[in-house]
Design a protein around this ligand. Structure first.
Ligand SMILES: Cc1ncc(COP(=O)(O)O)c(C=O)c1O
Length: 432
């Protein structure tokens, strides 16, 4: 552990050449790399105590129990929650699904999201409409959210859930702590029983997350996006809120016994929500990831990622035919630089390489292409995209930065992007 400046050395993979060059990994919004301390914890589990937690009282089992406790405590420390409010899931998606399926809705109650949600915080609520719930979405903006809450109140509607993406994986825009607090205050004044959920998949690690400060009811996130192992997520909820949920997945590890009618008597929280054998190696690695993140300091991570984004933004602005997605100011886009081409860039056959493939094959530069699972934004704003890319299904590219990235890597990325832009010079621009 070398502090933020030297943290690159904690990621051995960044010093291992592939085809003569070092990897440049800018797909961090999807999944981050893992430091050696996380890999060691995972290996230790398999080497030294590869058993089950919560049920086996032999020596291996007791070590696993202790590791699970330590992991919950480390994650709780990172977000300023309590150990027994940390529920392990498979990923942020499962955490949100758990909420969606465990909250008791009455018909005609409303779930409000923004127009820029990841599919995992959009589709789930939409599907609930089949069960009488009404799903509404609004243009992302804190004032707008408060105004919508007030309008629903005036119209005597039942608002049950407001579920918001804290930091967008599409363009890095975010709702500030101050805005979240104001939204929550107004929500609770007008709808005392309503629940505020934050999709914190792109927030945890990238910025300070203090659940006591923002006072949300639940937050959901993925450990693999915060330097931890894949296939592990977290649902945090205030104890009083968790108590109101009925477990979503049932089975071993969730019940203390069956009553006289063979009905389950649940274990305490959090275990009642963690059915079946768990991803113990991942849980061990999560402890190391949370401790590592605390040491790096999310405040400093946030500043550094914004600085990288500022640097990259200045450089990309000099390239012809490229437009940044979202606000031009990097300070409003966290560590995410998403962009598109003002040209009909399209693969005509499998032998052609798309831009992300060219970057990867030629220079080991790894970015992301697509709609990043934010189909809501693209569908809701179809007209806008039709105007800027007439007749073209919108495709975006995304470089997302993490604490171990450097300006030197950005230089190499922009240099290669410039070469690609030159190669595209024969393609006509979309009309302005
Ligand atoms: C904002 C946001 N929410 C939710 C998710 C879903 O995360 P996961 O696929 O790890 O469940 C992602 C993944 O990219 C995301 O960026």
């Amino acid at each position: 552990m070398n502090g933020l400046k030297g943290c690159r050395n904690d990621f051995q993979i960044l010093s291992e050449k592939m085809d003569e060059a070092l990897p440049i990994y800018f797909d961090n919004a999807c999944m981050t790399l893992k430091p050696e301390s996380v890999l060691n914890e995972i290996c230790d589990y398999y080497h030294h105590y590869p058993a089950c937690g919560g049920r086996s009282y032999h020596k291996f089992g007791k070590i696993v129990d202790q590791k699970i406790n330590e992991s919950r405590a480390a994650i709780a420390k990172l977000i300023n929650g309590s150990r027994d409010e940390i529920i392990f899931t498979k990923n942020c998606t499962e955490s949100l699904n758990l909420l969606c399926r465990s909250i008791k809705f009455s018909s005609n109650s409303i779930v409000l999201t923004t127009d820029k949600e990841h599919n995992s915080n959009f589709i789930i609520w939409r599907i609930l409409e089949q069960e009488g719930v009404i799903k509404e979405h609004i243009y992302t903006n804190a004032d707008n959210i408060i105004e919508t809450i007030e309008n629903l109140y005036k119209k005597d509607k039942k608002l049950s859930v407001v579920s918001l993406c804290w930091v967008s994986n599409l363009d890095g825009t975010f709702i500030s702590d101050y805005e979240i607090i104001n939204i929550n205050k107004r929500l609770k004044q007008l709808f005392p029983d309503a629940i505020l959920i934050l999709d914190a998949a792109q927030a945890v690690m990238h910025r300070p997350v203090d659940v006591k400060k923002v006072e949300a009811d639940f937050i959901a996130f993925s450990i693999h996006k915060m330097m931890g192992p894949t296939g592990l997520g977290v649902l945090w909820g205030k104890k009083s809120n968790l108590e109101k949920l009925s477990p979503f997945i049932l089975g071993g590890g969730t019940v203390e016994r069956l009553d006289n009618n063979y009905m389950p008597v649940y274990l305490e929280i959090p275990e009642r929500f963690e059915a079946g054998l768990q991803h113990y190696a991942g849980i061990c690695g999560a402890k190391a990831a949370a401790e590592y993140t605390v040491k790096l300091n999310p405040d400093e991570i946030s500043d550094y990622e914004t600085e990288l984004n500022r640097y990259a933004t200045e450089k990309i602005k000099t390239l012809d035919s490229i437009e940044i997605l979202g606000p031009p100011e990097p300070e409003k886009r966290s560590g995410i630089l998403a962009f598109y081409f003002r040209k009909p860039v399209i693969k005509h056959n499998d032998d052609e390489l798309d831009i992300d493939e060219k970057l990867s094959i030629r220079k080991n530069i790894m970015i992301r292409k697509g709609k990043f699972c934010v189909y809501s934004w693209c569908s809701i704003h179809e007209d806008y995209f039709f105007e800027i890319m007439p007749g073209f299904d919108p495709v975006f590219y995304r470089a997302s930065f993490a604490a171990y990235n450097t300006k030197h890597e950005i230089d190499q990325f922009i240099d290669e992007l410039e070469n690609i832009v030159d190669e595209l010079s024969d393609l006509p621009d979309f009309p302005k």
